[in-house]
Design a protein around this ligand. Structure first.
Ligand SMILES: *Cc1c(COP(=O)(O)O)cnc(C)c1O
Length: 421
């Protein structure tokens, strides 16, 4: 459920008409709903009630500081995957002790940054990383809290580009080698081995892969404890999917997921961390765009809009579906039409939808892309010299621009022409 509803024929973000935001900030733009962000966070938090736990929002999904602060104030920790994300979380007021650091390629500098600034734990993904982390910790006279990310070799049955838990993927250490790698870690003076980390992929629409992975984590916990490791924390990753196509998708709910966690891991008495990103932010955001032209093709009509693949790359990158709806409800009885919905970028891949049935659209009409809150703004670029589009946050009847649209000059003046030219 989200808080983007039609009221009196006009799409609203909570209590604000989307058309009013468009008039104020121009199109295209992203808009997020505070109530939806909080609702999704609380669903996870409640799903794990009764277990010692922390929901660490995977901020790579949508990393505007206003979103981070909204969730942080509600009690969320953060999962970061770069030094930039770490600093952004800190800037939004998140304490280091609530930040976990994931990612296969943490550099020495990033490790240094997080270890000196305070961190809840590093999720270590390889032996060479473990050695660097140990060395940096000893240099700083600190002990780095870690979990080791294990790759359980389960098929998450999701899009190949976002599956991470198969042995062919670059993530984690093979679970078959875990005992050996934990023994190495346990012998390092600069590391405190706290637990196990696993993250098998994104946009999972079935709980079975989680069940298989978490059973393996439970077995590994017992084995490692038997070897003398004080395993007291389990980071279970993120990945729960959302319904992108509302008419025919019903992925499992956070409450089902929470029950599964309790059933498979509850008896171990560990502190539980989860790292949801998409489920918190995805349906909490829209991308809003204006129709520039309706163009007659030979056998189809093109809806050419002012948003493009550089603003929302998911359809081009993952063949992703987004529901696209008119911001103003059509007059009753309007005959639906079929459109290919495309952006202005010079690539055929700049196509959001083909043969999409919609109410008849005209130049100047606004459309909203649903489920655009996660992996939307964060993945945008300036391809075709199109400035990054603004982000807006709504709360009740208020809205605020939380990242403004840069001017053309700001974008162009970042280049430097060398003296010899
Ligand atoms: C991307 C990622 C997540 C979040 O995945 P979602 O599908 O957005 O929930 C969590 N943990 C790690 C390590 C990730 O890389």
């Amino acid at each position: 459920m989200d808080h983007f509803l039609n009221k009196d024929g006009a799409l609203h973000a909570e209590d604000v008409p989307v058309a009013e935001i468009a008039a104020a900030v121009g199109t295209p733009f992203y808009v997020y709903s505070t109530a939806t962000l909080l609702r999704h966070f609380h669903l996870f938090d409640e799903a794990l009630a009764g277990m010692d736990h922390l929901v660490c929002y995977a901020m790579k999904a949508a990393s505007n500081q206003a979103i981070l602060k909204t969730l942080g104030d509600a009690g969320a920790g953060m999962d970061v995957v770069s030094g930039g994300e770490y600093l952004r979380a800190k800037a939004a007021g998140i304490l280091g002790e609530r930040i976990v650091f994931s990612g296969v390629g943490k550099t020495r500098d990033e490790i240094h940054l997080a270890l000196s600034g305070g961190i809840r734990q590093f999720n270590v993904e390889s032996e060479p990383e473990m050695e660097v982390l140990n060395a940096v910790a000893l240099e700083l006279g600190k002990v780095a809290p870690i979990t080791i990310r294990v790759n359980p070799d389960v098929d998450a049955k999701t899009h190949a580009k976002i599956a991470t838990g198969k042995s062919e993927n670059k993530f984690g250490i093979p679970i078959s080698r875990a005992i050996e790698v934990y023994a190495m870690a346990g012998a390092m003076q600069g590391l405190d081995v706290m637990g196990i980390d696993v993250h098998i992929g994104s946009q999972l629409t079935d709980l079975t892969p989680y069940e298989l992975a978490y059973q393996k984590v439970a077995e590994l916990t017992e084995e490692l404890r038997a070897q003398g490791h004080n395993i007291r924390r389990l980071d279970l990753g993120g990945g729960l999917g959302i319904p992108y196509e509302r008419s025919n998708e019903a992925p499992p709910l956070p409450s089902d997921y929470g029950a599964l966690v309790k059933r498979t891991l509850g008896h171990l008495g560990c502190e539980i961390e989860i790292e949801p990103g998409r489920l918190i932010a995805g349906n909490a955001g829209l991308m809003v765009s204006e129709v520039i032209y309706v163009k007659e093709g030979e056998d189809r009509e093109f809806l050419i809009i002012d948003g493009a693949m550089n603003d929302l790359i998911r359809p081009a990158m993952y063949d992703a579906h987004h529901d696209i709806i008119p911001v103003v409800e059509p007059a009753p009885g309007a005959e639906p039409a079929k459109y290919d919905i495309v952006g202005p970028v010079c690539e055929s891949g700049d196509t959001f939808a083909k043969h999409r049935t919609m109410t008849p659209m005209h130049a100047g009409d606004l459309v909203a892309f649903r489920s655009a809150g996660a992996y939307g703004a964060v993945m945008s670029s300036e391809y075709n010299s199109r400035p990054l589009i603004p982000e807006v946050l709504v709360k009740g009847d208020q809205f605020a621009v939380i990242r403004r649209r840069p001017t053309f000059d700001e974008m162009i003046n970042r280049d430097t022409i060398p003296e010899w030219l």
